[in-house]
Design a protein around this ligand. Structure first.
Ligand code: AMP
Ligand code: MN
Ligand code: MN
Ligand code: MN
Length: 282
């Protein structure tokens, strides 16, 4: 089975439209494909009704990547195969939009206090919807203004983990995201577990908590892990009886290391997340 269950469109911080992404999924001959934009389903919702999608051999699964926090760390929870019109999902998205707007104003004020004025206005030239604006949009503007050399430097100095523009205090608890996804009939997945730079002891605590609140799966494929870390991750997922998911986290065709469908197969020893998909909806 070929799957890619994590990627971004222009509805959040991706460079390609939902249609362009679906075309790449067809070229990669995927069986299951999900667009998982940050805190929105609008890309998925504009795509799923199209004839080219319903007649395709690629099954498009609904998706979202929800920003949450746990123990002071920003954690991303991917939701898959839910009813995208369910009130619980619609309410979650409204809440996330309000948080993004408030967070954007805080980031703007903090950068202004460091001699970078009006960065929110600049970010909005890349993402006119303030309910959707994110740190990558600030980063692009900061590059334009010459405050930093490139996007990486914008994150390393100002916006990345632990820096002043990393305002995660407002995101909901993991349980809120999982509740909404489960209420809408979907599956909750911990995104890119190795990107949080946690010890495996802490990652196990996170995963146990996630399971206790109803989470079902963990992305084990996507992030380039060393063989040792990959083995530890696989073992943890097996020990906790969770399902395994896989996604490229595609954002931009220029990011050569992250391309639609160009990811390893799920380990045969772990139950694949697609076993949980609601076949009547696909
Ligand atoms: P936000 O949704 O505003 O919290 O922004 C998170 C997004 O920023 C991630 O999904 C990535 O696309 C991007 N990002 C996070 N860290 C980095 C980094 N160090 N370099 C480049 N992009 C990053
Ligand atoms: Mn992103
Ligand atoms: Mn993420
Ligand atoms: Mn992502």
């Amino acid at each position: 089975m070929k799957i890619d269950l994590h990627c971004h469109s222009t509805a959040s911080d991706g460079k390609l439209s939902p249609e362009e992404l679906f075309h790449l999924a067809e070229q990669a001959e995927l069986d299951y494909f999900a667009i998982t934009d940050h805190d929105t389903t609008s890309g998925y919702r504009q795509l799923y009704k199209q004839d080219a999608v319903s007649s395709s051999t690629v099954a498009l699964i609904s998706g979202i990547e929800v920003s949450t926090q746990w123990s002071g760390v920003g954690i991303h929870i991917v939701g898959l195969d839910f009813d995208a019109h369910h009130p619980a999902i619609e309410q979650l998205i409204l809440t996330q939009r309000a948080i993004r707007e408030s967070r954007a104003n805080i980031i703007d004020a903090r950068l202004a206090a460091n001699n970078m004025q009006n960065t929110l206005a600049g970010a909005l030239t890349y993402c006119p919807d303030i309910g959707q604006v994110g740190r990558p949009h600030f980063a692009q503007h900061m590059v334009d203004m010459g405050y930093v050399k490139n996007i990486k430097q914008a994150f390393d100095r100002w916006l990345g983990n632990g820096k002043l523009g990393d305002v995660k205090s407002q995101w909901p608890e993991i349980s809120e995201a999982v509740d909404a996804i489960i209420s809408a009939g979907g599956i909750a997945v911990i995104a890119h577990p190795l990107r949080y730079k946690m010890t495996f002891t802490k990652l196990r605590r996170l995963s146990e908590h996630f399971k206790e609140v109803g989470g079902q799966a963990i992305e084990v494929i996507g992030y380039q892990a060393s063989p040792d870390k990959q083995a530890q991750l696989n073992k943890m997922v097996a020990d906790l009886s969770l399902f395994a998911s896989a996604g490229s986290d595609f954002h931009d065709p220029e990011w050569r290391w992250s391309q639609i469908g160009k990811i390893a197969q799920l380990p045969a020893s772990l139950p694949p997340v697609w076993q949980l998909f609601n076949k009547s909806r696909i």
